[in-house]
Design a protein around this ligand. Sequence first.
Ligand SMILES: Cc1ncc(COP(=O)(O)O)c(C=O)c1O
Length: 385
Amino acid sequence: MMPKPQQKPICPNFGSGPTAKPPSWQLDHLQSALVGRSHRSLEGKAKLAQLIEKTRSILKVPEGYRIGIMPGSATGAIECALWSCLGLYGVDVMAFDVFGKLWVTDVIEQLKLTDVNVMQADYGQLPPLVHNPDRDLVFTWNGTTSGTCVPNADWIHDDRKGLTICDATSAAFCFDLPWSKLDITAYAWQKGLGSEAAHGMLILSPQAVDRLQTYRPPWPLPRLFRLTNQGNLTEGIFRGETINTPSMLCAEDCLLSLDWAQQIGGMEGLVNRCQANFGVLKEWVNKTSWVDFMAHDPSITSPISVCLTLPLLKDHPIVAQREFLKSFGALLRNEQAAFEIVNHIHAPPSLRIWCGPTVESENIELLLPWLEWSYQETLIEFGKL
Ligand SMILES: Cc1ncc(COP(=O)(O)O)c(C=O)c1O
């Protein structure tokens, strides 16, 4: 029997969203939040405008691209894009994780579009990266539940008629996104930034703005999705005059995360931290026989939401696999050594360890002996399966 490791990760938050807070985060820092005041006050609008401009600076979003704060977290922002822009051209939808599959349902069952080409792949794989410039494309940059990500956007044409709509929920602030390839990008505050969940961010290229101003979809648009007024973009939304009431407490928390991101060197600092975290985990996975990456191709293996399978489980019924992982996770949770490292219920039974920028690599190092310990303990509990 392996002795219980002595030292625990200082922060055991390895879940994939909400993720760990930035290392310098303290609840006290939220004292400056504009609580009990209107988001439409001078100060409220200034905070939200600041949030947009800091986002632009860290993510290096070009001038001319609009950035808006939307209701409904990442889902709200993505669905706003789908409902507002689709239907003019045929649409290609890539689906290789839980969420990509949800966008397929939106496009086919809710919007009832018929000229739809679904490009699916199993967990741990990607569909062929092909782009038809005459059609709209909906794709996920990082499959949070599949442990795969697109390796780049070189396969997207620069000269295109259709729009590219990117679900960057777990990619923003983790990958240096190539804005010239992305017309509509959506994400939420609680992943790369480790901030509070509440609002979604929508980033629009000039081509996306043009679509919004010249195309009217045939279906009704809820007010929460309406970005135009009589064919003109509602510019105020992209200056912080949100469609409806945002949480100023969450906005303050997002500002704190953005300030932290700036202090650590902006995008370069964020990516370096992700790479360092993944480096530690990868080295361990490569020398550990009881775990494998869910993705087998290193060029598409996500370094952020790292999904791991257990070869021992593969010949057992799914229910038994889930039971094993549940016990594995519960042991670590009870010890407060790791929280939420069992993958999403709709993904194949697997572990998932968030290696985004708010995680400290020292904590990944401290996690590793606990993973070994929990595996040994769970094996004993399950009578070696
Ligand atoms: C890739 C991806 N898209 C969309 C979502 C939905 O995000 P939200 O809960 O912010 O709407 C998630 C959540 O984990 C995600 O991982």
